[in-house]
Structure formats: C-alpha cells, structure tokens
Design a protein around this ligand. Structure first.
Ligand SMILES: [Zn+2]
Length: 185
C-alpha cells in the first residue's frame, strides 16, 4: 500500500477525494496527485514501510517551542475554517472551508507527532462578529495562510533538523495553494 510520507496516512481509493474542495485538482482513484489528508503533492508518496518525514527526531528546546507554536497556529486556522464552513451561505464555500479545516488539522497532527505529545491543544474561542459575509471569511483565510507561510519562513533557520526545514517548505507550498484557491472564489 502507498502512504503519504509527510502525514503518514495510507492512501486508500475510498478516501482519495475527501478534501477535494481544497485541492488544486481532484484526485482519481488510480491517479492520486495530492494527499487527500495533508494536501502535499505525489512526490511525497511512498511504500508503506518507508519512514515518515520527521520521525524519531530529538528536538532541542527552541525547536520544540517553534513546533508547538506551529501546531497551535494550524489548530487556530483549522478552528477558524470549521466555523467558516458553518457560517458561510454559499454551499461551495462551505465545502471549501470544511476541506481546508481538515487539512490544517492534519498539519497540526504532523507537528503533534513530531513533538511527541498525545493530544492537540484546545484553543480559546474567538469572536466571529466581524465576519458578516462569505467574502469576509475568504479575505481572512488569505491573511491566515500568509501568516502561516511567514511563520514557516521566519523559523526555517531556527529549527534543529534539516527534515523540519523540508517540512516547513512542503507545508508552505500547500498553504500557497490555499491562497490561490481562496483568491479565485
Ligand atoms: Zn499527507
């Protein structure tokens, strides 16, 4: 079986399109171009017994802090997109945000695994009062994706492992795709 070497999930035919609304193109059962869970491209797919990126790393204190913040940032965005999927009025925007939410939570799970903790943190609820229309959510989505990309850029040189630098590059690419997808809505 084939798995994603970034998030570690097995790629099964039945689940190839679960988050298709936030992918550059839809997957076909025998032609999976993007991981349906974390959104990375097929160059990161490998055999089931292959090592997942960032496995069994010994993180130093600074790197643990950077990864912890990255995990919270992804949860923060996952929470926001989940609410956006509930509050948007357009059905396509709802599907888009639901898929985005799942993908960002998968990114948070990647960081959680690398840090080596059991559960994702629960963040305080924020107010959604200023978001009245679908467009408000889409504009905020672009800001949040830019913020995530900036974060991965800023801390690229500060993490203790080359593999984490690679991970930051990969996730930034996925977040850039999200900006493109949000921009055309
Ligand atoms: Zn994946």
């Amino acid at each position: 079986m084939i798995k994603c070497l970034v998030c570690g999930y097995i790629l099964r035919e039945a689940s190839v399109d679960i988050n298709k609304h936030a992918m550059p193109s839809y997957n076909k059962p025998l032609d999976i171009k993007y991981c349906p869970f974390c959104g990375v491209s097929m160059e990161w797919f490998g055999e089931e017994d292959k090592r997942v990126l960032g496995s069994d790393l010994n993180l130093d204190g600074d790197t643990t802090k950077i990864m912890d913040h990255a995990m919270k940032l992804e949860v923060f965005n996952g929470d926001f997109y989940k609410v956006a999927s509930e509050k948007c009025s357009n059905e396509e925007n709802k599907s888009f945000f639901k898929a985005l939410s799942n993908i960002e939570y998968t990114h948070a799970h990647i960081h959680k695994r690398i840090i080596g903790i059991e559960n994702l943190p629960k963040l305080a609820n924020i107010s959604y009062e200023r978001f009245k229309k679908d467009e408000d959510f889409l504009k905020e989505a672009i800001k949040r994706e830019e913020h995530a990309i900036n974060y991965y850029n800023r801390y690229y040189d500060k993490v203790c492992s080359k593999e984490l630098q690679t991970l930051f590059e990969i996730l930034s690419t996925v977040e850039k795709q999200h900006i493109t997808l949000a921009s055309v809505r």
